[in-house]
Design a protein around this ligand. Structure first.
Ligand SMILES: Cc1cc2nc3c(=O)[nH]c(=O)nc-3n(C[C@H](O)[C@H](O)[C@H](O)COP(=O)(O)OP(=O)(O)OC[C@H]3O[C@@H](n4cnc5c(N)ncnc54)[C@H](O)[C@@H]3O)c2cc1C
Length: 336
């Protein structure tokens, strides 16, 4: 069997629950493995996770290499990285994907460094394609696509001479496939080879805080840009969001100006969202903002400038003053 065609996903879990980003990555892995004619694999690390891992099959994973050890119940950089390195060395996949999360961003560079292979951070798309360097053509190589130079260009990065090709992908960027509850995953238990000395830290207590804003899960987002950033406009956007049972989002300068907290920010350096409805209020629609919301099913843009770039991707555009339009929308929705 040619393992190089296989695509492996690093599966994250916290408090015994698999992270959504890992399920999203399985969708991407399935597409890539499908093109290569390989299998979708995963590497999972933790303690007493076997029941939870069964759902990986529903999201397209064929087999998961699982290292179960009480010492691995909580994330620890060195032991986790060493375990992933062992799995890659043993099973030799051609591609490995990580979430661009705190955990993924910690583990992936350590793994890349140990294996001396390429790693592209924060990819927004992944494709299989051909790449030519001078006379040599690399076929079936991973094209790692991401914005570069402040989002002014979209770069395609390849690392065809080192195996595996590795990439991190931010939460919400890849679309999770519709789960198939009948699909099964083979769980292959791997021995833990990590020494006690590799555990450099000890977790004494875990304090969890509920997210006040959950943009990723919201079906409706009303988002305020600099054109809707005075207190009255923000309040109107917040009221409309509440009337629609949605969440309040915003553009980056609204966060940078201290008007809303970072957890509201949509975009390249904020949250990537795919709601059913995104209402962009006084947002110009620069590429870095669009990177986080262009996959919304319906986009309504409100802007006083008829030439604002946001109108190019909006399904419905309203040219007008944001406060006037929001007041009318609130009235209409409340009445309905
Ligand atoms: C590396 C990098 C990462 C970035 N990441 C992000 C990111 O994650 N998210 C993000 O959003 N940005 C990000 N940016 C910033 C991005 O480039 C833009 O500067 C930003 O999105 C602009 O925000 P805005 O549309 O709210 O403001 P502006 O560009 O100032 O636009 C304001 C809009 O409001 C309209 N307007 C003004 N008054 C009214 C009114 N009364 N009624 C109606 N419309 C009105 C104007 O016509 C204008 O179109 C990033 C930039 C860089 C370099």
């Amino acid at each position: 069997m040619n393992n190089k065609k296989n695509v492996m996903v690093f599966v994250e879990s916290r408090a015994g629950k698999i992270a959504e980003v890992s399920l999203e990555l399985l969708g991407a892995a399935r597409k890539l493995a499908g093109e290569l004619g390989g299998a979708v694999e995963a590497v999972a690390i933790g303690y007493n996770l076997s029941d939870e891992l069964a759902q990986l099959g529903h999201y397209g994973c064929q087999r998961v290499y699982y290292t179960d050890d009480k010492r691995l119940a909580f994330f620890s950089s060195v032991p986790y990285a060493k375990t992933v390195v062992s799995a890659i060395k043993a099973h030799k996949p051609g591609i490995v994907l990580f979430g661009a999360t705190t955990m993924g961003r910690d583990v992936a560079p350590r793994v890349a460094s140990a294996l001396k292979c390429g790693l592209t951070a924060d990819c927004t798309d992944l494709k299989i394609g051909e790449h030519q360097i001078k006379e040599k053509t690399y076929k079936n190589t991973l094209l790692q696509i991401r914005p570069a130079f402040g989002g002014n260009i979209v770069a395609t990065i390849v690392s065809p001479e080192s195996v595996p090709s590795m990439a991190t992908v931010r939460e919400g960027v890849m679309k999770m496939i519709d789960p198939d509850p009948k699909a099964k995953v083979e769980i292959i238990n791997e021995a833990c080879t990590v020494a006690d000395e590799d555990f450099l830290t000890e977790v004494l207590e875990v304090i969890t805080e509920e997210k006040a804003v959950n943009l990723k899960a919201a079906q409706i987002i009303v988002s305020a840009g600099m054109g809707a950033s005075d207190p009255e406009a923000i309040e109107l956007a917040r009221t409309l969001a509440a009337a629609l049972c949605g969440e309040l989002g915003c553009s980056r300068p609204v966060v940078d100006s201290g008007i809303l907290a970072k957890e509201h920010q949509v975009g390249q350096t904020g949250v990537t969202v795919r709601p059913n409805l995104y209402i962009a209020c006084g947002i110009s629609g620069q590429i870095q903002h669009r990177a986080g919301m262009s996959e919304a099913k319906r986009i309504i843009a409100i802007n006083k400038d008829p030439n604002a770039p946001i109108f190019a991707i909006a399904h419905y555009g309203i040219v007008g003053d944001v406060k006037d339009v929001l007041s009318k929308m609130i009235k209409a929705y409340k009445k309905a």
